[in-house]
Design a protein around this ligand. Structure first.
Ligand code: NCD
Length: 650
């Protein structure tokens, strides 16, 4: 079986040690040796969808020094990717040309997706903000060489800990080798929660706020977290540490010896709101650091490229080891390539992960991953949408982890695909979820709307209450249409777009209302936020024979039946803005039931109905109802009990 290196967890500590010993043997008087016979006849393909100097060139140099050769596309924008070729197809094709693929991509999890389709080993040269495991090998190798070992060291990681992929792979590896870590993040660039959770749950790290003025020599306002390897459950994650423990920690920390500062640049290309995040302080290493006695033995490391966080003043100092770190890229990558290709490597398909409870999103359902930069959202067709069920976690939802980008998040709606019923998830349903999963009947929904669009019914409902009848629905729509008309600047630009399916019926009715008022034809479209099967999410004309509406420079009014968390509207907006740049977008909903998760406020509301989370507000429209009458009803959703579960899965 082939071995991929997608995350640093794909190599165990013994294997990393083996790679380091091989790297030692490949260094002759500090320079990488040539081993022309080692990989003769083997071909490495480099596929870089993002810029690179060190990683790509040191990989290419490594392969050539081993007697192998290199093929590559000088710029993936000039490859078939520019014509829309998928990652899956590229991986299949290129793996028939080469014996190993080295891939860098801007989406988190993209390399995992390619590894699933490639027939040869795939090495991650950096995927979005996720991981960069071969940089970590160079970092650990440098640290080990300079300090004589790893266990018990204390490393301060500085800068953009949120987006820095080198940081994420590095902290997991440091954790595994028993290194203490102090985090010193730029403002708003702290280690992401999913990384901290992984450090605590899998590597038994104990994080504690660091009460120390030691680091003032580096930054003006040190906000640091001290992470130490410890026994599981000694301290809970960020719960208030009790006073005694707190004192002990600060005592321990104030006597701390810092062995290395790992500095990183701000990953500007990954900031979503550059201005907001750039304002704060950012740790920089320069003359002040060099003068500080306490740091006299602290190495300064950097994956490079640097911008202004690391002053050239450090270049001449013995502590600055970043050029060495970059130079070790060749022997370490030579060792890695020999390890992956040179002989029969033990196959190890991430044993730790394969034992986990895995959920695969069925065909037709949406990608659940909450990370907008995840490959499962960027290119759903090249992924298998797999999630690990963690069950426990913070908050009250069902905690799951994306197996591509590692992000962890909660989902709230689950269903049984055999009985076609859904319900809200609560801790009491854990065993039911496991049973449905074993039977292959579990489906997880992003929202109630998604469940109902896929024709699922609430598991059991309480008695129904009527909130609006036909006359009230008609009056509300008339009022909304008038308000929309009054708020429209340019009638020629107005375009009513309904969210399928009920929002689309309401959009037609509002369109008809305006046609009556203005005595002119109105443009009405529909948007499908879920897509179905291979059909992507899209904007459609109301009449199939018309061309797809172009929203460029239009005054769009988005229409839906009920607004609840706001996620549906958020998805619709992202589809709209992917397709065009409208002049404005307004939102009209028949019912606003509150409980928003995203900051979305409708401009036009038929009726506000405060309802509890466990209630379902349902708009029934004459277009689809048997009795051809409009109404709005509310009922409570009752979760399946153990008894009901037995009925559902005998
Ligand atoms: C890093 C990367 O690409 O993530 N560069 C590298 O591989 N040495 C760090 C960075 O770009 O800041």
């Amino acid at each position: 079986m082939k071995r991929d290196l997608v995350t640093i967890s794909d190599l165990d500590n013994t294997e990393i040690e083996e790679i380091f010993q091989l790297s030692d043997a490949l260094l002759e008087a500090g320079r990488p040796a040539a081993r022309p016979g080692a990989l003769t006849g083997k071909i490495m393909a480099t596929l870089f969808y993002e810029p690179s100097t060190r990683t790509r060139m040191s990989f290419e140099s490594a392969m050539q020094r081993l007697g192998g050769s290199v093929i590559s596309c000088p710029d993936m924008r000039s490859s078939s990717a520019a014509k829309g070729e998928t990652l899956a197809d590229t991986a299949r094709v290129v793996s028939s040309y080469a014996d190993v693929l080295v891939v860098r991509h801007y989406w988190d999890g993209a390399v995992q997706a390619m590894a699933e389709y490639a027939e040869v080993p795939v090495v991650n040269a950096g995927d979005g903000s996720h991981e960069h495991p071969t940089q970590t090998l160079c970092d650990l190798y440098t640290l080990r060489k300079e300090k004589g070992g790893l266990k018990g060291l204390t490393v301060v990681i500085c800068g953009d800990l949120k987006h820095g992929r080198t940081i994420h792979s590095l902290v997991y590896a440091l954790a595994r080798f028993g290194v203490h870590v102090v985090t010193l993040a730029g403002q708003g660039m702290e280690l992401p929660r999913y990384v901290i959770e992984q450090l605590c749950n899998e590597y038994h790290y104990t994080p504690a706020p660091l009460v120390s003025h030691d680091l003032e020599a580096v930054v003006d306002r040190p906000d640091a977290i001290y992470l130490m390897p410890s026994k599981p459950h000694q301290l809970a994650l960020f719960t208030r540490v009790d006073d005694e423990l707190h004192d002990r920690l600060s005592e321990m920390v104030s006597g701390l010896r810092f062995d290395a500062f790992y500095v990183t640049r701000m990953q500007k290309e990954r900031l979503r709101e550059p201005l907001a995040e750039e304002k704060g302080h950012y740790p920089r290493i320069g003359a002040r650091f060099l003068k500080e006695k306490r740091f006299k033995d602290a190495l300064v490391m950097h994956p490079l490229p640097r911008v202004d966080e690391l002053s050239p003043a450090v270049d001449q100092d013995r502590r600055g080891v970043y050029f060495k770190q970059a130079a070790y890229g060749v022997p370490v990558r030579m060792a890695l390539l020999s390890f992956l290709l040179g002989r029969a490597v033990p196959s190890r398909a991430r044993p730790a992960r394969s034992e986990k409870v895995i959920y695969r999103t069925p065909e037709g359902a949406v990608s659940l991953c909450a990370n907008v930069n995840c490959v499962t959202r960027g290119e759903p067709g090249s992924t298998r949408h797999r999630f690990e069920m963690l069950f426990a976690g913070t908050g009250d939802g069902l905690n799951i982890r994306c197996l591509y980008c590692d992000h962890r998040f909660n989902v709230h709606y689950i269903g049984n695909s055999r009985s076609k019923r859904y319900c809200t998830y609560g801790g009491g349903l854990r065993e039911i979820v496991r049973a449905w999963l074993r039977a292959g009947e579990l489906i997880i929904f992003e929202s109630i709307k998604e469940a109902e669009e896929l024709a699922y019914e609430p598991y059991r409902m309480g008695p129904q209450r009527y909130l609006m009848d036909e006359t009230e629905v008609r009056a509300a729509l008339e009022r909304m249409s008038e308000a929309i008309a009054a708020g429209t600047e340019d009638r020629d630009r107005l375009m009513i777009v309904g969210i399928r399916t009920k929002g689309a019926f309401l959009a037609r009715r509002i369109g008809a209302e305006l046609e009556k008022q203005w005595e002119r034809k109105m443009d009405v479209g529909e948007i499908d936020i879920y897509g179905a099967g291979d059909k992507p999410q899209k904007i459609f004309p109301v009449e199939p024979r018309l061309p797809a509406p172009d929203l460029h420079e239009r005054e769009v009014v988005l229409v839906d039946d009920v607004i609840h968390t706001g996620r549906t509207v958020k998805s619709a907006l992202s589809i709209i803005f992917q397709s065009a740049r409208p002049r404005s977008v307004r939102l009209a909903v028949l019912i606003d039931r509150g409980h928003r998760e995203v900051p979305v406020k409708p401009n036009y509301v038929g009726k506000h109905i405060p309802s509890s989370e466990r209630e379902r507000v349902r708009v029934k429209l004459r277009e689809v109802e048997q009795d051809e009458k409009d109404k709005v009803v509310v009922y409570s959703i009752i979760n399946p009990q153990a008894q009901a579960d037995r009925e559902a899965t005998p």
